[in-house]
Design a binder for this molecule. Structure first.
Ligand SMILES: CC(C)(COP(=O)(O)OP(=O)(O)OC[C@H]1O[C@@H](n2cnc3c(N)ncnc32)[C@H](O)[C@@H]1OP(=O)(O)O)[C@@H](O)C(=O)NCCC(=O)NCCS
Length: 232
């Protein structure tokens, strides 16, 4: 990782994390402190629960809006998105939101246990459009890593689809030589695999045509604890 991690301070026993976003993001895109209010550079990350109906609805709205330009047919309406948000409350899941001081959701991250808890799949992750490139996504991933580590997991796996030719592996026939093409992966138009690379994830595979011809799923993983650190 090229930059130092955001400072994390955990409130005692509440599962709530206050995250000070990296100072380098402050003032980006012409925004000054007075434009963004007192919450500038600080988010709170906490469990998303069914009782917090406002946050549940806001998380669902983020899904609908956040993926509309990715070529995905998922979450095309609020009902579908709400159903997926509610699924995240099941056992064996992680569901965390980043909220501002007014309690408004800036981003949502979810995940589920796989391979007897050794591996956790990160899915989904979305940051509100007006909050992007300010460190919120990175803070959510870092918090997710800690959540998984606390549960004894040691690997995070995710699939990041390319459904609208934003990488060198989109819109092409990947056979033969699928793995060679995965190794030569290039970002053409702001595909999020690079965001995950910056968070320490590696490309570990690719599923050709996962979402239709020429629309692969790029698999990425990160080890979050060594074997010796793994709790029994
Ligand atoms: C991908 C996403 C979660 C990133 O969230 P974010 O809050 O904007 O990310 P951050 O500000 O924490 O970025 C961390 C780093 O990744 C980089 N980054 C973020 N998005 C990127 C992208 N699409 N392409 C390349 N780099 C990206 C940032 O520039 C920053 O780099 P730096 O450390 O060198 O400054 C957000 O853009 C999003 O919600 N996208 C739509 C939904 C989506 O694609 N989710 C992922 C599906 S697998």
């Amino acid at each position: 990782m090229r930059r130092s991690c955001p400072t994390l301070r955990r409130c005692s026993g509440s599962g709530v994390r206050w995250v000070l976003l990296p100072a380098r993001h402050v003032g980006r895109h012409g925004l000054q402190a007075h434009d963004m209010g007192d919450s500038l550079g600080i988010v709170r990350i906490l469990n998303l629960t069914p009782e917090n109906s406002r946050a549940v609805e806001q998380a669902a709205m983020l899904l609908v809006d956040g993926f509309r330009d990715t070529g995905s047919i998922s979450w095309s309406n609020l009902e579908e998105a709400l159903s997926d948000v509610r699924e995240s409350f099941q056992p064996g899941r992680i569901s965390r939101v980043a909220v501002d001081e007014a309690g408004n959701v800036q981003g949502w991250i979810g995940g589920m246990e796989e391979y007897s808890g050794n591996v956790w799949e990160l899915h989904p992750l979305v940051v509100r459009r007006d909050c992007r490139r300010q460190g919120v996504g990175r803070a959510l991933v870092l918090d997710f890593e800690r959540q998984v580590a606390q549960r004894g997991g040691h690997t995070i796996l995710l699939g990041t689809d390319d459904e609208n030719c934003r990488t060198s592996v989109g819109g092409v026939d990947l056979y033969p030589g699928v793995l060679a093409k995965a190794q030569a992966l290039e970002n053409l138009r702001q595909h999020p695999f690079e965001f995950y690379q910056k968070a320490g994830f590696e490309v570990v595979g690719i599923i050709p045509d996962a979402n239709g011809f020429g629309k692969p799923d790029i698999l990425m993983a990160k080890r979050i604890s060594s074997q010796g650190e793994r709790s029994a």
